[in-house]
Ligand binder design. Structure first.
Ligand SMILES: [Zn+2]
Length: 230
């Protein structure tokens, strides 16, 4: 990022606050991950090359000796990890292709897939968010392979994220692919930017929820909580 874009960023206000005012408070601006219009002009190889150069620069500025055998491969490793692994969910090409099946068993109660472990990264600090997602839906006549529920969670987790957006992005995707409003998403996660730095609270966890359609009643919510807690 050149100095001009940095100073523009400093002048930008969110709800009347600059990002210095906001500090560690995790506000976010939209349900869509904010992406540039030309986000995919560069190939993945070009992105990896560029990130590797820039990451070497960060290490160099920190005073690390990049000729050291243990450190010299780090910029390439970080670049590959960013593009191919932990931020691969930025690329719509990697979105799971979902096939729906007819609900042959006529199962018309809720289906709950619980304890889906995911690893994401906080978009404000670029350190891990580690959590579990619990998903429920009620079939509109179509059903989805169970592993796809897991894959949808992993896809949206592999982006710089805030937990509220992650919750809503998963819910929106489920509503679209399952062709129903009757979906619920509960995420219980630990943010390393809270536990390993900043306020250094190692015991807190953050819970976010989305209850759509029929799930948005006190009875369904408590039924769902019951399944998840047992
Ligand atoms: Zn953070």
């Amino acid at each position: 990022m050149n100095t001009e874009t940095i100073s523009q960023k400093n002048g930008h206000k969110l709800n009347g606050f600059t990002h210095e005012d906001i500090g560690d408070d995790h506000l976010f601006t939209s349900l869509e991950t904010p992406m540039k219009a030309n986000a995919f002009d560069m190939s993945n190889n070009e992105k990896k090359n560029r990130i590797s150069i820039l990451f070497s620069e960060i290490m160099d500025v920190l005073g690390l000796d990049l000729t050291d055998d243990s450190l010299k491969g780090t910029p390439d490793r970080v670049a590959k990890m960013y593009v191919e692994e932990i931020f691969s969910g930025l690329d719509p090409e990697n979105k799971p292709k979902v096939a729906l099946f007819d609900n042959k068993y006529q199962y018309n109660q809720m289906l709950v897939e619980k304890n889906i472990t995911f690893y994401s990264n906080c978009e404000h600090h670029f350190v891990p968010i580690i959590g579990k997602a619990h998903i429920a839906y009620k079939s509109s006549g179509k059903v989805i392979g169970l592993s796809k529920l897991n894959r949808i969670v992993q896809y949206y987790a592999k982006r710089p994220q805030v937990q509220e957006r992650l919750t809503n992005q998963i819910a929106n995707e489920l509503k679209t692919v399952l062709e129903t409003e009757d979906v619920a998403v509960i995420i219980d996660a630990k943010h390393l930017c809270v536990s390993s730095r900043g306020v250094k609270d190692d015991t807190s966890a953050t819970v976010t929820t989305y209850y759509g359609g029929e799930f948005n009643t006190p009875e369904k919510i408590s039924e769902l909580q019951n399944y998840i807690n047992n």
